[in-house]
Design a protein around this ligand. Structure first.
Ligand code: 76R
Length: 248
């Protein structure tokens, strides 16, 4: 049996994708709309306060295309808190105007492929910070789930540790070329959801997502072993742009 990579696990993650029931929204009275919008802004303010206290984090983006209208990415210490968040949204006056499109449950993950031997990663402040990150407020988000292949010929999980380390080094070097342009959060979801990882990327220039993901396609880890789910790309939502999204 090959040696499993050791993972460091941080905050739990819920990607919650909703679409707006535009028919219901357009039929609502101005006062119903006002109270729904205020309820929504109040929830966002509560979540931002949690982020300020460093007890979690939120990324809130509108989704471009017809797969959904809004993506929430919530980070919390426990799954109970994530569950409470989605239920509070469902109960809210705005929640009633939305439909559930997709969700993804995972936990922020760092693996030991690149870690230098003899160093306790939990003593390195940068590593600890990456496990419980305040999500960037970049202009754009890109989210997709992925697997590593388990075919007879190409089985990531049967490769020896040393070989996986070599492959991951090459993967990491490509990633580093995007330092300052793309920020990535890898979250593990084996045992939690239908794919093995959630990949969430943040960038001010959306084109950098395409360049990074494309470049990685030529790297063996992705070219040979990567399997990908649906891609979602979106634009940052702020209090002002939430109002614009709903009221025009
Ligand atoms: O954590 C680190 O920064 C160390 C190096 C590193 C690891 C261990 C790293 C770097 N990644 C790691 C693990 Mn990654 N990553 C992806 C995708 O679309 C695709 O082809 C793949 C989706 C992207 C875009 C990306 C970006 N990475 C992982 C894992 C877990 C693997 C496992 O355990 O088997 C997955 C699934 C994954 C996927 N990666 C980087 C990036 C970027 C931009 C970096 C550089 C980070 C930096 O140095 O700033």
């Amino acid at each position: 049996m090959s040696e499993a990579a050791q993972t460091l696990d941080g905050w739990y993650v819920l990607h919650d994708l909703r679409s707006i029931d535009w028919e219901a929204w357009n039929a609502a009275t101005p006062s119903e709309k006002d109270s729904a919008l205020n309820d929504f802004l109040k929830l966002v303010a509560d979540w931002e306060a949690v982020e300020t206290r460093k007890e979690g984090s939120l990324a809130l983006y509108s989704v471009v295309g017809q797969k959904a209208d809004i993506i929430f990415m919530h980070l919390r210490e426990t799954l109970e808190e994530l569950n409470a968040i989605e239920n509070a949204f469902n109960r809210s006056a705005f929640g009633r105007f939305t439909r559930k499109e997709y969700s993804y449950v995972s936990v922020v993950e760092l693996s030991n492929y690149m870690s230098p031997p003899g160093v306790d990663p939990l003593q390195v402040p940068e590593i600890v910070a990456r496990l419980k990150p305040t999500l960037p407020k970049s202009n754009h988000i890109c989210f997709y789930p992925m697997n590593k292949k388990r075919d007879l010929q190409d089985n990531w999980y049967m490769l020896p540790m040393e070989e996986r380390k070599t492959l991951m080094r090459s993967h990491g070097m490509i990633g580093r070329g995007y330092a300052g342009k793309v920020k990535q959060v890898i979250s593990g979801s084996v045992g939690f959801d239908d794919w093995e990882w959630g990949v969430t990327l943040f960038a001010d220039d959306a084109l950098q997502f395409k360049k990074l993901v494309y470049e990685m396609r030529f790297d063996e880890v992705s070219a040979r072993y990567g399997e990908f789910g649906t891609f979602y790309v979106g634009n940052l939502l702020t209090g002002e742009s939430i109002s614009r999204l709903l009221q025009g």
